[in-house]
Design a protein around this ligand. Sequence first.
Ligand code: AMP
Length: 216
Amino acid sequence: MRIILLGPPGAGKGTQAIKLSQRLGLIHISTGDLLRQNVAKQTELGKEVKDYMNRGALVPDELVAKILMQRINQADTLQGFILDGYPRNLKQAETLENILRQRNINIDLVIDLDSSESVIVQRLTGRLVCKSCGMNFHIKNMPPKTQGVCDRCKGELYQRDDDKEETVRKRLDVYRKETSSLINYYKATGKLHRLSADADPELVLQQIVALAKEIK
Ligand code: AMP
């Protein structure tokens, strides 16, 4: 099964993708994580994309397409995958279609996680992310049992550079201008389901699992 998670930054795509990948045995592909790994390792690609990311802007399509292809070409994705953070505009949706067509595979389910701006800003400006497994926590709403340490894998927690309020608002702006048009694009395929992401994340997870089981 192949799933796309759409929705603004802070809607919980990453959290849902991590849990869903465990539940459904699918590979989690986050273009944001792949880009951040390149930035951390100071690769040529990492140096090229760092500034876009820190500004909350989209990284050029061809660079993201390159890392996506590299990841999708790995054998483990044959078991199915969840795309988190890709596509982010119509051009990327077309690129994805071409990649899938070449492999004779399809997207089965598109989930639009809908969330309000006030919830997003509150979530992201207090978000803590695990450096090792990517699990998200929140300073107030979901603090880790030990400060600075991931409950799940004991990795170190950090605050993302682009989770400052000013950058969060810029990322939301980019989402509205560039990414939200994908909702109509996927609506036309009949595979899109909209869920409220302001609800309890466990409830959202159950809803996605139920939808995935329906189409299995
Ligand atoms: P995310 O972790 O999905 O919130 O992504 C963090 C940042 O990485 C974004 O604000 C963009 O700068 C960049 N990024 C991630 N995915 C994409 C994509 N599909 N297209 C362009 N830029 C992306």
